[in-house]
Design a protein around this ligand. Sequence first.
Ligand code: ATP
Ligand code: NCN
Length: 200
Amino acid sequence: MAMTNQRPRVGVMGGTFDPIHNGHLVAASEVADAFSLDEVIFVPTGEPWHKNPVTSAEHRYLMTVVATAANPRFTVSRVDIDRPGTTYTIDTLTQIARERPDADLFFISGADAIAQILAWKDIDKLWGLATFIGVTRPGHNLVLPDVSEAKMSLLEVPALAISSTNVRDRVMSAKPVWYLVPDGVVQYIAKHKLYRGSDD
Ligand SMILES: Nc1ncnc2c1ncn2[C@@H]1O[C@H](COP(=O)(O)OP(=O)(O)OP(=O)(O)O)[C@@H](O)[C@H]1O
Ligand SMILES: O=C(O)c1ccc[n+]([C@@H]2O[C@H](COP(=O)([O-])O)[C@@H](O)[C@H]2O)c1
């Protein structure tokens, strides 16, 4: 917890979250602990430029709300799903910085995603908006870009070999996803018949 007179330290966890799973939640929790964050805002992407097709933004947003509801330090933002067009992190962070001018921002994502950061849109402006934290993921050998440690960090999180792809495949094959995703997300997927091969 930040001390009085310090600027709030706010994590911004960007992801497609199709669906959100316990790997994402452990990663956010570990980064919050290691970097003394006061809050982590989960930001489901609108239209990711690099992944197609994805489940409707509203389903992905609601599953993220369900998954994070019990944690008082976790919140969910609609900035990316409400902004039309392709999602770029420069727009995400510009908007959140405008909404939270008092905060120091920490953009959190998988280390595999962060490793590609030099190719992200408007990278020169991104450094001024946040510190970037890549969480390591089992099975990914990383070559990180040569960037100041003040602007980018890596954090090892307990190995959870879960991916959204794996969760979707399991649902499609009628295999259980209990304990890979929060219980409410299991129920949400069943209620809305997601990932069964029909048009979501
Ligand atoms: N088990 C995990 N441990 C640590 N980081 C993870 C884990 N799963 C996903 N991430 C990271 O979280 C970020 C957002 O994840 P994303 O929504 O793309 O999920 P994903 O599981 O990687 O999805 P998909 O399988 O559809 O590609 C990504 O940068 C990803 O690397
Ligand atoms: O801004 C970019 O150019 C950019 C390119 C690739 C990924 N991102 C962001 O990185 C985060 C992780 O993406 P993903 O698809 O791996 O979940 C998510 O918030 C994306 O919007 C951003």
